[in-house]
Design a binder for this molecule. Structure first.
Ligand SMILES: O=C(O)[C@H](O)C(=O)CO
Ligand SMILES: [Mg+2]
Length: 260
């Protein structure tokens, strides 16, 4: 039975970010994830987690200069120092927040001819992250993003990410399996889940095509949740979706799971 994490970057946006911890707890969530913690002192976020009895299960390394089109720097040749600085910063936050997973963001490849160079840069920087995180039992997660969300991101297919995980060859590096992106790019989610068995350590869900609650669209999530049990997945499932309306009004689907 999946353990669901509220994504505080996309859910409960009716209230300011620091009030979303309370909103998620009141809605029955025990776990949370969000994109970036860096605007706030780690102690302030940890106090929120403790106040509402929540566990943080994921956040990302810093995105770089988003207004310049960056979405992660760890794949960008020449930005190794920035990548290592972001990885070191993420480690500090993960330790302070008690967070077991960090999504190391790769970056956008402006020219497809540059892909091999960006890929090797990412492999080297993820190995740096894996070796720094290892003593603390923290996992490194790598995620493919569909082109309609992030054009020219280093990885668009789950199978590309699986190849990277295997090339990086560190036992604390895993795929972050976001079924929204997976359905948009790869499809055949049953075969994909079987193929990724043991290689993924976090899941995210949203409807396709509209990235709303998992109770609509072309993915049968009841089937997927049973498939996750079938392959022995015991990690968390992040609800990385844009609510159709008021967040709480869209949580009927969650009723069947929240007290498990
Ligand atoms: O956008 C997503 O699906 C990712 O989970 C993310 O964290 C940033 O791209
Ligand atoms: Mg995702």
């Amino acid at each position: 039975m999946p353990k669901f994490a509220a994504n505080l970057s996309m859910m409960f946006t009716e209230v300011p970010f620091l009030d979303r911890f309370e909103a998620a707890a009141k809605a029955g969530f025990k776990y949370v994830e969000y994109l970036f913690p860096y605007e706030y002192p780690a102690a302030e976020l940890k106090a929120k987690l403790d106040q509402y009895g929540l566990k943080q299960v994921l956040f990302n390394t810093a995105p770089g200069n988003v207004s310049a089109g960056e979405w992660g720097v760890s794949a960008i040749p020449g930005r190794e120092a920035d990548s290592h600085r972001d990885i070191d910063q993420a480690l500090e936050y993960a330790i302070a927040l008690g967070c077991p997973n960090v999504h190391v963001m790769a970056g956008v490849v402006p020219d497809p001819k540059e892909y091999a160079k960006y890929k090797q840069t990412f492999i080297d920087n993820v190995r740096y992250a894996a070796d720094k995180f290892k003593p603390y039992g923290i996992k490194v997660l790598l995620e493919a993003l569909s082109p309609q969300v992030k054009p020219n991101y280093l990885m668009s297919s789950q199978y590309q990410t699986l190849e990277l995980v295997e090339l990086i060859n560190r036992d604390n590096v895993f795929v972050q399996l976001d079924y929204f992106h997976a359905q948009n790019v790869d499809g055949n989610l049953s075969r994909l889940t079987d193929r990724l068995k043991g290689k993924f350590a976090h899941v995210q869900i949203a409807s396709v095509p509209d990235r709303h609650e998992p109770d609509e669209g072309e993915i049968n999530y009841t089937y997927i949740f049973n498939k996750l049990d079938e392959v022995g997945y015991d990690g968390w499932v992040g609800c990385e979706y844009n609510p159709r309306g008021k967040t709480e009004d869209g949580l009927v689907w969650f009723e069947a799971y929240k007290n498990k």
